[in-house]
Design a protein around this ligand. Sequence first.
Ligand SMILES: NC(=O)c1ccc[n+]([C@@H]2O[C@H](COP(=O)([O-])OP(=O)(O)OC[C@H]3O[C@@H](n4cnc5c(N)ncnc54)[C@H](OP(=O)(O)O)[C@@H]3O)[C@@H](O)[C@H]2O)c1
Length: 476
Amino acid sequence: MEQGNRKPSTALIVGVTGMVGVALTDALKMPNTLGGPWKVFGVSRRPLPTWFPSPLLDKHIILDTLNQDNTKEILSPLASQITHLFWVALQANESEERNISSNSTMLSNVLSALTSSPNSKLSHVTLQTGTKQYAGPITDSVLSSHIIPQEPPFKEDYPRLPFPNFYHNLEDIIFSYSKLFTYSIHRPSIIIGASSRSYYNILLTLSVYALICKHENYPFRYFGNKYTWSHFCEVSDARVVAEQQIWASITKSAKNQAFNCTNGDMFTWKMMWKVLCDVFSIEFVTFDEKDKFDCVDFMKDKGEVWDRIVEENGLYKTKMEEISCFGLLDTVLKLNIQNSGSNTKCKSRRAEGKMGRGKIEIKRIENNTNRQVTFCKRRNGLLKKAYELSVLCDAEITLIVFSSRGRVYEYANNNIKSTIERYKKATSSTPNTWSPQEINAQYHQHSNCEDDVVDDFGNQYNPCVSNGASSRKTAI
Ligand SMILES: NC(=O)c1ccc[n+]([C@@H]2O[C@H](COP(=O)([O-])OP(=O)(O)OC[C@H]3O[C@@H](n4cnc5c(N)ncnc54)[C@H](OP(=O)(O)O)[C@@H]3O)[C@@H](O)[C@H]2O)c1
């Protein structure tokens, strides 16, 4: 594997509470992450939400990067530490001209603050843009009707479309600094990630729509067109995007390159609609072209219904307008283009070196912080997997995890006690089938776990667990 930078690295994530910002924070702090160990600083305008894994951040900086003076005052003193800038911020506006103006100002202010000191350590800038590079400014109500998109599958070296696009301006700003640092440009498709602080979180928006339909007994109608209903589309998991960005930031052959970044598996929206129906236990309604349904208009007055759903289910407090983007979703579901990018360039560069994260050796983690972080992440993973298994396969599951400090974390899709009774009954006549080695392995893991993790990072972070199933943390 080519790794250009072996010195201790400090990442500054601008847009840390967005979908990829959260995934980057997680990924950079994994014990075996490429280029690590990383110090991670994060910027956003608002304070961190309670679901954010705040123990992972070495510093959170509250800053509006549109403000040049504040940006200089706050970031210049850190220029001698920050080696890598991850640009995953966004200010979304109605017109592309305003997108260009605000996003360019933000990036210019940050780069100027990080490079003006003679002690600046900035060596690489990661710029996240997207497949609008190939589809054009689809959110601009005037320009969007004139766009002729590129030929799919989109390739990184296609010439720019002749339309204003703030991605071009951000690229040009980065290019103008090419003597000072290397860069990589990342072009995801629709991003799927866990954040209530994103302008455009399409899966969250669909989930809000599904839950409102379920709550109010409305049919869950598809509001796109026939093309998207039956043609292939693809998405980019925020974790996949974060991993590619980290790889490119420390890999020689990825320097000064642009990369598409999608999960690699295709789906039609018809398939996705069925999945959503299964997940939210709602009836599947097939698409009817004659049914002219305006979802943006339909959702306009549903804020109060969302408030009730939040209240009744004890969900993380959000306002529907802040977490949903029905306008963009409506546009995306009505596109007449095959939304598909080629991942070949990234795949072949990665194949040249050793791909991905190294394998972790299964032994006790000595570093206290890393051990706490790993406990947190793997526990959440375990709870999520248990939930998924129960939904996907109708399995009855009770999962109980004790931290080394005796804190208990549990998940059950049924009543815990009745599942335990069922277990007792099922095993009373059957001898325990675990081998002594398996039991030892279990014992070893439990007795070696240590310390607990900061409270806020727990179950709130997994927005998936709900649906009447219990998932909670109890201090004992
Ligand atoms: N969302 C998608 O599906 C998608 C798909 C493909 C490409 N992209 C592209 O990816 C890039 C990042 O978008 P995203 O959707 O990943 O971001 P996002 O989830 O909307 O996150 C935006 C982040 O930027 C912060 N932020 C916004 N304005 C700021 C400012 N003035 N100063 C400091 N922080 C600020 C926000 O926090 P605060 O609000 O608290 O400041 C938040 O942390 C954009 O170029 C976007 O077009 C997005």
